[in-house]
Design a protein around this ligand. Sequence first.
Ligand code: ADP
Ligand code: ZN
Ligand code: ZN
Length: 671
Amino acid sequence: MSSLQIARVALDLPLRSLFDYRAPDEQPLSPTDVGYRVRVPFGTQRKIGILVELPATSEVSLAQLRPIDCVLRDLPPLPTDWFRLTEFCAAYYHAPLGQVMLSTLPAGLRATTAVQPRHSRKAPLVGSAQQAPPLTAEQQASLAAITAAAGFHAYLLHGVTGSGKTEVYLRLIERALAGGRQSLLLVPEINLTPQLEGRVAARFPSAGMVSLHSELGEAARRRNWQAALTGEARIVLGTRLAIFTPLPDLGLIVVDEEHDASFKQQDGVRYSARDLAVFRARQMAIPIVLGSATPSLESWANATTSASRGRYQLLSLHERAVEGARLPEVRRIDTRVDKTQDGLSGAMLRAIEQRLARAEQSLLFLNRRGYAPVLACGACGWTSDCHRCAANLVLHLSDRRLRCHHCGFEARVPQACPTCGNQDLSPFGRGTQRLEAVLAERFPQARVLRVDRDSAGSRKQWEALVERIQCGEADILVGTQMLAKGHDFPKLTLVGAIAPDAALFAADWRAPERLFAQLMQVAGRAGRAERPGEMLIQTQFPEHPLYAALARHDFPAFAATQLDERRQAGFPPYAYQAMLRAEAPQMADALRFLTIARACLPAEVGQAVCFYDPVPMRLSRRASLERGQLLVESPSRRALQRFLAQWVPQLEAIKSSSRLRWHLEVDPLEF
Ligand code: ADP
Ligand code: ZN
Ligand code: ZN
């Protein structure tokens, strides 16, 4: 038996995911084989796994171990630091290791049907690199600070919109390239940032930049991932999943728009790519730059509060980089005085008129797509509800459909009320389509363009719209937060926030943070070039401190107030949370599961962790499933983690109906 060699393999399975095999009969394994993919028998099937270890002993009796079919050496093995990252992710988010590891690979590399690796990568663009502008004094200071230190350092680059953060990233990438290191640049949603992709590729035409995001086809994703692993690609630009890209020479991580919620994975393994990025940088002893005009309060606290002084170093860019470009002037319109008609105040209408007369563009921001949030019958009180969700069906008039924005259900708009037959159904409230219609009627001479997920759902549609806007083929833009992100529209001088007030008093205590960020970002679209910009906010609460801080472009003041409130309320970042969610056809079953879960306290929890009551989620039913949640909280991250490590195995042992599903989310963002 002494020659028998044990091979530990990670497989994509729930609960337990590490399994022992023995080396293939004809082929002994060496420690350098760790990190290769292997094909193994599993039950009557075959599966692809990753060889994680050659342990000396196994809990399974050796005679029972089945041999590995084969080791796949078509690609270099996954590097050690990639193992540390996926192990940390599995431990911190309490997810099965094999599931974490395998789910980060391109699908083709997980399939047992052997696909021949293809080497038809696009030839690298050969051209002369685009010239870099001389840096502003503030950019220079930031760059100097970042390059002064060696090893791990986390920097929070807080720069107002248009202050040239991207230029700082590019200089850092340039240095990494010169030092023979790879750079990883994470962005929130890649189809919103083709400009950035173009800019990076143009600056470094021979760095073999690849992008990794969900809209890539399988073949392209695999090709790009492979180029990263082999080191051929020196720059990787990607969305959250790209944090797991194996990069043998990684020397720099940048997380742009670090506050953006899309860095959080919302199903499967619920990780935060931003937080994993910080872990990865620390473990690799390399610098990481988190950039934003409106940092998350977690990051802001890490950079500014005395409790965590020194965790992140704050670097600030206060001025716009382009000579003469100023931040837009923010004016509040008191809609209690200047009453809106069809959603638009007199001041807003006049401002739009002025822009039309000067051949400049206006952007109206309304974060609600569709025509109206609900269709209703005035005679009997019927409303268009989704029968699968605790939500309304939204009226989409452009194709005469009612749509659920939560489960995707859709139906034709009824001719008459389904309950009483009344033919006069009325839309209530206002979405982007309705605003578009109002504007087209008010300004018949103007070209109105709507930009939301319905009109710019795919990357192609989005690029086409952006091009039309940039060519000046639109006078008035109506859009959701899609329009808020990093785009230069040189003729845009007016930004109007149509109905932002709801978020001021929302039950979700993170709503003000998101509102401030959105308004600041969308304001940032105006006045980018030599023309000064203006932002008008229609509000019934013009004195609200959030708007007052916005008018002064004073993120630090806003953040300080918010952090104060959070400290007093004991909310993150002053507490650490995990959310257990359960869904089932009946709410009672979901809540019963959570109640049992609450009762299985590990022995030594003590007062380090506290539970809230199991409650229905705010959207209490989605796609015909009732949903409940149980919040767990601790003032100490470590205590919470210790508790979860003991709690999760107990949850797995709870007997419940097969129709019940549950999951745990660490550091939840949405409630
Ligand atoms: P941010 O990422 O902070 O929004 P960008 O890096 O996109 O800012 O820069 C905004 C604009 O300023 C871009 O048009 C960019 O080309 C320009 N810019 C950046 N840095 C400089 C500089 N040092 N000198 C002149 N223009 C600059
Ligand atoms: Zn009716
Ligand atoms: Zn629905």
